[in-house]
Design a protein. Sequence first.
Length: 143
Amino acid sequence: AMGANMINSILESVANKLREWFPEEEILFSILSNFATESLASACCEIPFERLGRSKEIGEQIAKKIQQAGEYAKLDPYRAATHNKGIMNGIAAVVAATGNDTRAVSSSIHAYAARNGLYQGLTDWQIKENKLVGKLTVPLAVA
């Protein structure tokens, strides 16, 4: 619910008007979609190797493992499920704390993870100039 009921009520009113104008047409349903592809939010970070471990060398090893884990999550839906669950732990906490619908946001983000026909990890990790660089883009329909 959390706002969706109001929007669905508006859609029902619009549907009733459309039925008046086009009586021969059947309206299947009047429900909003939780797949908010027009409301994308992105976050990025740059983490120097020395901040990832006790030394720059150890940090670089950790950065490479994070990058490889992200690449693996792009290829394997079993890995992606766990990868994305970790991401959703943080997102769901903020969504709930701000009074938004965690189920709607979760379903939208998981649908987005499968937008290319294969369920994939949501993050992109690269190594650039002695840093681990991360990017995340997800649909977030929140108010």
